[in-house]
Design a protein around this ligand. Structure first.
Ligand code: ZN
Length: 91
């Protein structure tokens, strides 16, 4: 199965790097909030979900060759507010 970005739906092949959501609950929560997923209460929803490098500003990386995220990196670009709203309405 191709890994897809939960935010923009792009595949691994289209982006520089794909990241897992953090396993640390607090950090995962702040990522969710920044990406407009704050309404989703089920923390398990994000396990094994991916987010691509398009959602991080350059200063989130320790270096831009390996795309290693800094410990405080939080995705802030292109949040999925519209997408989540749509899913909630369907439910
Ligand atoms: Zn993405």
């Amino acid at each position: 199965m191709t890994k897809m970005c939960i935010i923009c739906g792009c595949s691994e092949d289209e982006v520089d790097k794909m990241f897992n959501f953090p396993t640390n609950p607090e950090k995962c929560a702040s990522w969710q909030q920044c990406m407009g997923f704050a309404g989703i209460k089920d923390a398990g929803f994000f396990i094994r979900k991916k987010i691509c490098s398009r959602h991080f500003t350059p200063d989130c990386y320790t270096d831009e060759i390996s795309y290693t995220l800094t410990k405080s990196a939080v995705p802030t670009l292109h949040p999925a507010v519209a997408l989540v709203k749509k899913e909630v309405e369907v439910d």
